[in-house]
Design a protein around this ligand. Structure first.
Ligand SMILES: [Zn+2]
Ligand SMILES: [Zn+2]
Length: 406
């Protein structure tokens, strides 16, 4: 027997229904916000992720599903969705147009990490990326969209926001932070010490409790923002207040990826026992240029589908469609004709084997059908079908030829 690869699983029955429900809900809301669907390849050149996600990140450092293909190309299964969409934006020369482009995507992502509870090597994300709009109103609209998605899915969340500054204020802040960290580095953990040199901002979200206590006294970026970053961050908070979207400023929210600037946000599930991030995103105005495109402001987010699947409750399914069955072999031709006609307008479940009425009613119930249609011996000789609405209990006998000619 061949099993799925380690850390990978099939979505089937309730899981696949939840997946479909989440994607359908999120896609509809994204389209209402002006986003169109984009599908990019799962496999890309490894260089794309090294350059966009950043060599110092855990993803690129440890978790890439990377291999040489038969043509000796260094390739990688996408570990996240943004890089591919940005690559597509540039490959299709959309950076040369003076216009805004908004895309949504969803699909499988791959990270080669030690499988553990809640972490799969193949998982799913839904995301949106907006290109060309540099104003903070766009950041606000993205947050509003995620709120709408979680409201529609009836998932409780809390929202954390931060500003990561820009190429004017971030480097000055980084220098301040590094000199602070150098002074306390003997007391910081190994990871933090490594990051002081490679990516000092990431030290701020170290999960080590001892580090977190020491870092409380660290200089905060939001107190060191330049005029433009400061007024954008204030504006965002005003907009959220006016829209009654509650949030907290989390100065340790720094995103794991190197290309984020200005607005960063994270949605945390309020569900007891799973205080985990269910969505994250922010502005990444430098990434298009990093990847050799024309400098273009951009902002986006991604939802973690597996985490949301743990939280979502499927809406109760209503009885729907028609169940067809016969009590004799001879009725099959008429039943097939009726089925093919009815399939134009509703879901049809058909039983090929003759059974008793009682057995058919049981099967129709199991299939969740709204209506049952049965051809018994009397119906067969009269050219009719007996129908019953399983909700209203209304019964009638219909002429088959009349039904087919409708
Ligand atoms: Zn700035
Ligand atoms: Zn640490």
């Amino acid at each position: 027997m061949i099993n799925p690869l380690r850390g990978m699983k099939d979505l089937i029955f309730e899981d696949s229904q939840k997946f479909e429900y989440i994607i359908a809900t999120a896609s509809k809301i994204a389209r209402n916000y002006g986003y169109s669907y984009i599908e990019t390849p799962i496999l890309e050149e490894t260089a794309l992720f090294k350059r966009s996600v950043g060599e110092s990140s855990d993803i690129v450092g440890k978790e890439m599903y990377q291999f040489m293909d038969k043509g000796e190309n260094d390739v990688c299964m996408r570990p996240e969705g943004t890089a591919g969409v940005v690559r597509a934006f540039i490959s299709n020369k959309l950076d040369r147009q003076d216009a805004n482009y908004r895309f949504y995507y969803y699909g499988s992502m791959f990270r080669y990490e030690r499988p553990q509870k809640g972490r799969l090597r193949s998982f799913h994300q839904f995301g949106c990326e907006s290109f060309g709009e540099g104003s903070v109103y766009e950041d606000f609209m993205l947050i509003s969209m995620i709120k709408d998605i979680f409201d529609a899915l009836q998932i409780d969340f809390s929202l954390n926001i931060n500003s990561l500054g820009c190429s004017d204020c971030m480097p000055l802040y980084r220098t301040k932070l590094v000199s602070f960290l150098e002074n306390i580095k003997d007391d910081l953990c190994e990871d933090c010490n490594r990051r002081i040199a490679t990516n000092p901002i990431r030290v701020l979200d170290c999960k080590n409790e001892k580090c977190q206590i020491l870092l409380q006294a660290s200089p905060k970026l939001i107190n060191n923002l330049c005029g433009s970053c400061d007024s954008d961050f204030t504006k965002l908070q005003t907009l959220l207040n006016e829209a009654c979207i509650s949030y907290e400023v989390d100065t340790n929210l720094v995103r794991g990826l190197d290309y984020y600037n200005k607005t960063a946000f994270e949605f945390i599930s309020n569900n007891i026992g799973s205080q985990s991030a269910i969505a994250g995103g922010g502005r990444y105005d430098r990434l298009v240029e990093f990847l050799d495109g024309k400098s273009t402001p951009a902002v986006g987010f991604a939802l973690g589908i597996e985490r949301i699947m743990d939280l979502v409750i499927l809406p109760e399914s209503k009885r729907e469609g028609l169940y067809l069955g016969g009590m004799n072999e001879e009725s099959i031709n008429s039943l097939l004709q009726i089925a093919r006609k009815q399939l134009e307008v509703q879901k049809v479940t058909m039983e090929y084997k003759p059974k008793s009425l009682k057995a058919h009613l049981k099967s129709a119930d199991k299939a969740g059908a709204r209506t049952i249609g049965i051809i018994g011996d009397d119906e067969l000789s009269n050219g009719t079908i007996w129908m019953k609405d399983l909700e209203t209990k209304e019964e009638k006998t219909i002429n088959i030829n009349e039904m087919l000619s409708l």
